[in-house]
Design a protein around this ligand. Structure first.
Ligand code: TRP
Length: 343
């Protein structure tokens, strides 16, 4: 009952890779056992980039189904769609008045995105981290599993929480980052093993997607870049491609580097590639099958997401009541019930 609260989310943009699975989703599912977990499809964040409405709606449901297929258990955790809970956008407004322009201006992700989306530098792109702070602070979150690239945003969430609490009393829990991505940082591009495997990589052969069919996975591993040294050793500097395959194999099989080196002491790259592909197929095939089932039953998925939104809303509304009261805003009795005798 008194387990720490975990909140995390991903944007419904683009498909997720094996790196996302090993670095994020697998960690999320593991945390369900000893944390109260809240997992969100952050569709409002994705609107900072233009979306085609019909495709967007499908991608939001795809990501929710993928969470479930990866093992997020709606009996244990709260899984929901951000836009189903209006308090996210509402709290983002309130928190924007506790966030300084200078703080947002320092965000490296904003600077990067403003450069890469120069034709659409909308205000939402600038205030993106405030919406993220609202996501997190709304649930009294203790820990936030995020990739390295989100650490700065989390720092801002902490600063905003501390500033608000300093002025209005201890309303928000100050969240701790839990930098995951050990796995994702380790999983490299199959064509350029010096780079992290990224969902935005251009080359199809560079990345394994969570929903790839087995034959596509096999083909990608067979064509993975290695080297001409003909030995299978843990020598990252000289054999980044081989080490990447070893890391993927052992992440998928749950083995240590020592075990991997013993297993592949035959030094045959062909066998390393095929066995790594097989290990990944064993890992991802059940996920893809479950995903396909979930996506062919819209009523079930909708039921899970409606229940998730109800659970999220119950928590969010309790927090909104405290925040609005702390700020001196009169509570709407239609929303919070009669306020007689309440301070
Ligand atoms: N900004 C995060 C990303 O791009 C997604 C996100 C939005 C998030 N709100 C969050 C992650 C709250 C953790 C907690 O990866």
């Amino acid at each position: 009952m008194n387990q720490p609260i975990v909140f995390s989310g991903a944007q419904p943009t683009g498909q997720l890779t094996l790196g996302n699975y090993l670095g994020a989703l697998r960690q999320w599912t593991a945390m369900q056992h000893d944390h109260t977990c809240i997992f969100c499809v952050v569709d409002l964040h994705a609107l900072t980039v233009r979306q085609d409405p019909a495709a967007f709606r499908e991608r939001i449901l795809d990501l929710a189904a993928l969470y479930l297929a990866c093992g997020i258990d709606p009996e244990r955790s709260v899984i929901f769609i951000q836009s189903h809970v209006p308090a996210h956008a509402e709290l983002a407004w309130l928190l924007s008045t506790f966030t300084m322009m200078g703080e947002l201006d320092r965000m490296t992700q904003f600077k990067d995105k403003a450069r890469s989306h120069a034709h659409n530098v909308n205000a939402g792109l600038f205030t993106y981290p405030v919406l993220m702070a609202a996501d997190i602070l709304l649930y009294g979150t203790h820990k936030v599993p995020v990739g390295e690239d989100q650490k700065q945003h989390l720092e801002l969430s902490r600063d905003v929480a501390v500033r608000f609490n300093g002025l209005h009393g201890p309303i928000f829990v100050v969240p701790e980052p839990l930098v995951t991505g050990g796995g994702a940082a380790r999983i490299k591009d199959l064509q350029d093993p010096l780079k992290k495997m990224s969902k935005s990589a251009e080359a199809d052969l560079a990345k394994v997607m969570i929903l790839d069919e087995p034959d596509a996975i096999l083909k990608k591993f067979k064509k993975a870049v290695t080297d001409g040294l003909g030995s299978i050793r843990n020598d990252e500097a000289n054999q980044p491609g081989v080490v990447n395959l070893l890391n993927i194999w052992r992440a998928a099989r749950g083995a240590s580097m020592e075990e991997a080196l013993t297993h592949f002491s035959h030094n045959q790259y062909g066998r390393l590639k095929v066995e790594t592909a097989e290990a990944v197929i064993d890992l991802l095939d059940p996920v893809r099958q479950r995903f396909t089932e979930l996506r062919s039953d819209p009523a079930e998925l909708e039921g899970v997401l409606t229940r998730g939104a109800e659970q999220a809303m119950e928590r969010a509304e309790a927090m909104m009541q405290r925040v609005l009261s702390a700020l001196g805003l009169p509570l709407n009795p239609r929303r919070f019930g009669p306020t007689q005798g309440r301070s």
